[in-house]
Design a protein around this ligand. Structure first.
Ligand SMILES: Nc1ncnc2c1ncn2[C@@H]1O[C@H](COP(=O)(O)OP(=O)(O)OP(=O)(O)O)[C@@H](O)[C@H]1O
Ligand SMILES: [Mg+2]
Length: 172
């Protein structure tokens, strides 16, 4: 999770590669109506987001049930969004990509092939609810190289080497 430009796609892909897990982009789960709305330049409402988030939660359930592992990039800026994704599961972990607005603005300005509406980053920071202690999220500073960030995440996840299962939270 994190604001636009915090590095979700970049880090999720590298993390999945490192762990031998599947990478998925949360945007893939938008219903056609949301895609049409966004293409027309209209912002999504929370009402638009619920079915999208439920579709990602369904994918998480499918992956878990199949005994697979995945890293999913999803902005998940609000607690209510993350609650839908995690919905009480103890085998889902939130990774929060934490960075300052000036650093992320700089990266977005350099990003190629992406149009960035003016004011979007500021509005993302206004919406952002960083995870609190009860969410047991992994928080990483994005002011580092991609490899160093992935190292940081892997270290904090405390994965067991034998089964790659997260073993940090409410573990039975
Ligand atoms: N640790 C890093 N160091 C330098 N550049 C980075 C780092 N992480 C990401 N970037 C660059 O920053 C830009 C934004 O990253 P990325 O596209 O992964 O963000 P995102 O969170 O997926 O954004 P969006 O929500 O818009 O999809 C990209 O150009 C990426 O190459
Ligand atoms: Mg992305």
């Amino acid at each position: 999770m994190g604001v636009s430009g915090s590095g979700k796609s970049t880090i999720a892909q590298k993390l999945a590669q490192r762990l031998g897990w599947t990478y998925e982009d949360g945007d893939r789960f938008h219903p056609a109506s949301n895609v049409a709305k966004m293409s027309a330049g209209h912002p999504l409402t929370d009402e638009d987001r619920w079915p999208w988030l439920r579709a990602i939660a369904d994918e998480i359930d499918r992956v878990c049930k199949a005994g697979e592992h995945a890293v999913i990039a999803c902005s998940a800026l609000k607690r209510a969004y993350r609650d839908i994704l995690v919905h009480g599961r103890n085998d889902v972990r939130i990774i929060y990509l934490d960075g300052t607005e000036p650093l992320i603005a700089k990266r977005l300005a350099q990003r190629k092939g992406h149009f960035m509406p003016p004011g979007l980053l500021a509005s993302q920071f206004k919406t952002l609810e960083p995870p609190d202690a009860s969410e047991d999220a992994v928080t990483v500073s994005i002011d580092a190289s991609v490899d160093a960030i992935v190292d940081d995440i892997v270290g904090q996840l405390e994965l067991s080497p034998t089964n790659s299962q997260p073993s940090g939270r409410n573990r039975s």
